[in-house]
Ligand binder design. Structure first.
Ligand code: HGY
Ligand code: MN
Ligand code: MN
Length: 418
C-alpha cells in the first residue's frame, strides 16, 4: 500500500493524480482498468483507500454493510450536522481511471488539507468511497448510496451475478457487515447534504474551455435486461422461412431502440442504448436460439424517458410476435431525473470564484450516486473537465484541473465555516 508524502500539498493536482494512478493498479484484469463491485481488486482498492483515509486524519474508517469505505472528520462541536462527500471506486470493464475514483480522492484531499491546517468546521464531514455505482456486476445499482439515503431495497441482495454469486454472498466474502445495512440510513435532519466531484465524461467543459462546471441536474435513467428466445437450428438444413432466429429478431429490436432514442422529435437529451448483447452457445453453424441484451434509456425529463421506455417495450414485443420468437423484458433500474440543490450550487460557484474561476452550469447525462438523494437531502455536483469521453481507457483529466477542483472543494468547506 502506498503511503502519502507528508510534505506534499494534498490539494496539488499532481499529488492527487499520482494517487489515482496508484489506485488504478488495483484491477481484476492486468493491463486494463476493470474493478467490478465487490471483486478482489475492489477489496484491495478499498484497503488502500482506507489507509489513505486514516493517514488524512479521518476517524472511524470502516467498511459499511454495502462495501463502501467510510471515514469521518469531526466538527468543532458535538451536535454538528454532517456533510457527506464521496463518489464510487467500482468501475466498468476496460474503464478509465478517473470515473468515480477522482471524486473520492478530491474529497479526501480537501479534508486532508483541513486536517493539515488543524481546521475544524461547524459541520462534520463524512467521506465515502461507494462500492456499487456502475451496476455492471448485478442487475440493480446504486445500492451503496441508496443505503445512506435510506432507500436500499433488500431484494437486491438476492440478485445473482453472471456466475450465479448473489450480492449477499459477494458482500459476505468482501467482509462487509451485511446485517448492518438497514441501519446505514443517514438522518436527513442531521445531514447538510451530499456533494460529489466527478469528471464530466462529456465534451461541454472542454468545448467552452472551462476546467470546472457546476451541475444543474442529473438525467433520469431506466435499465433493463431482455431475453429473446427463438429456436436453435442447423444453419445448413433449416430453411430461412422456417426459422425462429433469436439474433435477427434481436438485431431488429436493437435498431428499433436506436431509432426511438434518436428520433428527431425526441427532446430533453433522450438517449437509448444497447450496450451489452450476448448469444449464449453461439457457433458458426447454429441458428441462434437465444439472445440476451441490455437497455439503457435516459433523459433529463422523466416524462420523455418513460414514454420512450413504453415505446421501446412495445416495439420489442411487436417485433417478437411478428418473428415468432419470445421476448422477456425485465426493467431493473429506474432513477428519476434529479435537480441539484440551488444553495449548494451557489456555494460551489462562489468557491470556484475564489480561485478566479467563472464555472459554467451544465447538466449531467451520466448517472451518479448523487441522484439517490433526490427528495432526501440537498445534493450538488462539481464537474472536472475531462477528455475522450468515459467508460473507455482513453478517459483523461489534467492534474491542473484536478487541483482546481480540490482547491474549490476546500474553499467550499471553508465557506461552511465562514
Ligand atoms: O451509467 C452511468 O451513467 C454511470 O457512469 N454509472
Ligand atoms: Mn461515475
Ligand atoms: Mn461510470
Amino acid at each position: 500500500m502506498s503511503q502519502p508524502d507528508a510534505a506534499a500539498d494534498p490539494l496539488d493536482g499532481a499529488v492527487i493524480d499520482a494517487r489515482l494512478h496508484a489506485l488504478a493498479a488495483f484491477t481484476d484484469v492486468p493491463g486494463q482498468m476493470t474493478r467490478l463491485s465487490l471483486s478482489p481488486s475492489h477489496k484491495a482498492a478499498a484497503g488502500q483507500v482506507a489507509d489513505w483515509f486514516r493517514a488524512a486524519g479521518l476517524e472511524g474508517v470502516h467498511l459499511d454493510g454495502t462495501g463502501s469505505v467510510v471515514g469521518r472528520y469531526a466538527a468543532d462541536r458535538a451536535d454538528a450536522p454532517t456533510l457527506i462527500l464521496g463518489s464510487h471506486i467500482d468501475t466498468v470493464r476496460n474503464a478509465g481511471i478517473y470515473d468515480g475514483n477522482l471524486g473520492v480522492l478530491v474529497a479526501l484531499a480537501a479534508v486532508e488539507a483541513l486536517n493539515r491546517s488543524g481546521r475544524r468546521l461547524p459541520v462534520a464531514v463524512e467521506v465515502v468511497a461507494f462500492a456499487d455505482e456502475e451496476g455492471v456486476r448485478f442487475l440493480s445499482t446504486l445500492s451503496s448510496s441508496r443505503a445512506l439515503a435510506g432507500t436500499f431495497d433488500p431484494a437486491c441482495l438476492d440478485e445473482p451475478d453472471a456466475s450465479g454469486i448473489t450480492r449477499r454472498a459477494a458482500l459476505e466474502a468482501f467482509g462487509a457487515p451485511v446485517e448492518a445495512i438497514s441501519g446505514l440510513a443517514r438522518d436527513p435532519a442531521r445531514t447538510l447534504g451530499y456533494v460529489e466531484v466527478h469528471i464530466e465524461q462529456g465534451p461541454v467543459l472542454e468545448e467552452c474551455g472551462a476546467p470546472l462546471g457546476i451541475v444543474t441536474g442529473i438525467a433520469g435513467a431506466s435499465r433493463a435486461r431482455v431475453v429473446v428466445r427463438g429456436q436453435a437450428g442447423h444453419s445448413g438444413t433449416l430453411p430461412m422461412v422456417l426459422r425462429q432466429d433469436a439474433l435477427t429478431a434481436a438485431a431488429e429490436m436493437v435498431l428499433a431502440v436506436e431509432a426511438r432514442g434518436g428520433r428527431d422529435v425526441a427532446p430533453e437529451s433522450l438517449v437509448a442504448t444497447v450496450g451489452l448483447l450476448e448469444v449464449p452457445g453461439s457457433a458458426v453453424n447454429v441458428v441462434p436460439g437465444e439472445v440476451r441484451f441490455s437497455l439503457d434509456v435516459r433523459a433529463s425529463d422523466d416524462g420523455v424517458r418513460k414514454a420512450a421506455v413504453t415505446d421501446i417495450s412495445d416495439a420489442i414485443t411487436a417485433i417478437a410476435a411478428r418473428r415468432g420468437v419470445a421476448a422477456e423484458i425485465v426493467w431493473g433500474h429506474d432513477a428519476p431525473a434529479t435537480p441539484c440543490d440551488p444553495d449548494l450550487r451557489a456555494r460551489l460557484e462562489a468557491a470556484a470564484a475564489t480561485l478566479g474561476l467563472d464555472a459554467p452550469s451544465l447538466a449531467s447525462g451520466a448517472g451518479h450516486d448523487a441522484m439517490v438523494f433526490r427528495g432526501i437531502m440537498p445534493m450538488a455536483m462539481l464537474f472536472v473537465r475531462s477528455r475522450n469521453g468515459s467508460h473507455n481507457p482513453r478517459e483523461a483529466a489534467e492534474a491542473a484541473d484536478i487541483g482546481l477542483a480540490a482547491r474549490t472543494l476546500h474553499a467550499f468547506l471553508l465557506g461552511l465555516g465562514a
